[in-house]
Design a protein around this ligand. Structure first.
Ligand code: CDP
Length: 223
């Protein structure tokens, strides 16, 4: 049996990560934060003293990504976020990360190594490129201002000095870069459900997404 796939896409700080974790825990599914892969590549380039827009350096970093980088607390820093969307525009980087994501979606490895019955992937191109056949696709959005408030809080909780105006500017720049790139730009799949989280708290977002998943599971069993 192929794993049941939930594809969550959307712009920076829209709440995909938190939602993905909640859904995965609730349904007992495996979870892959695909943004962490791009953040890890960006961070690896920065740590080597390189430039994240350098295609050769970034592609090499993606091909040689060390699992330890994926656990680096600096992954969630503002600098890694900025570098991630620069390396994500490079086709060689996307290509190097493609197979890993596809394999994860096809095998849904659980924490104990045994496969789960389903998988949640969150990112920018899951519903369009990585898992175009996913039975559940949700495009999670929120206004740039709401997202900037959430990201500001996250960065401050990490102990970073951050100011709202700068965070909002960074979010806008990252949205523009992610949506404008030629290779796998951020966009909602035609068959994605749009979920605007600007005025919802995490419990409300989770309830709505859970209903969408449950409805799809029931429909699949009927057909
Ligand atoms: O956590 P946040 O919403 O800030 O972003 P993220 O999900 O960690 O993703 C970081 C960056 O990786 C994004 O700005 C994209 O440029 C890139 N990304 C991508 O291109 N494709 C994906 N499937 C996931 C992330």
């Amino acid at each position: 049996m192929k794993p049941f796939v939930i594809a969550l896409d959307g712009p920076a700080a829209a709440g995909k990560g938190t939602l993905a974790k909640r859904l995965a825990a609730h349904f007992g599914f495996a979870h892959l934060d695909t943004g962490a892969l791009y953040r890890a590549v960006g961070l690896a380039v920065l740590k080597a003293g390189g430039d994240p827009t350098d295609a050769a350096a970034a592609t090499k970093a993606a091909q040689n990504l060390a699992p330890a980088t994926l656990r680096d607390p600096a992954l969630r820093s503002a600098a890694a976020g900025d570098a991630s969307s620069k390396v994500a525009a490079i086709p060689g980087v996307r290509q190097a990360l493609f197979d890993f994501q596809r394999r994860f979606a096809a095998t849904a490895p659980g924490p104990d190594g045994r496969p789960c019955s389903g998988v949640v992937l969150d990112g920018r191109d899951i519903g369009t490129v990585i898992c175009p056949d996913a039975p559940v696709k949700i495009f999670v959005t929120a206004t740039p201002e709401a997202r900037a408030q959430r990201r500001l809080k996250e960065l401050q909780e990490r102990g970073e000095t951050a100011i709202y105006a700068r965070v909002l500017e960074d979010i806008r720049a990252r949205d523009a870069r992610d949506a404008a790139r030629a290779d796998a730009p951020m966009k909602a799949a035609d068959d994605a459900v749009h979920l605007d989280t600007s005025d919802l708290d995490i419990d409300q977002v989770f309830e709505r997404a859970k209903e969408i998943v449950e409805r799809t599971i029931v429909d699949q069993r009927r057909s």
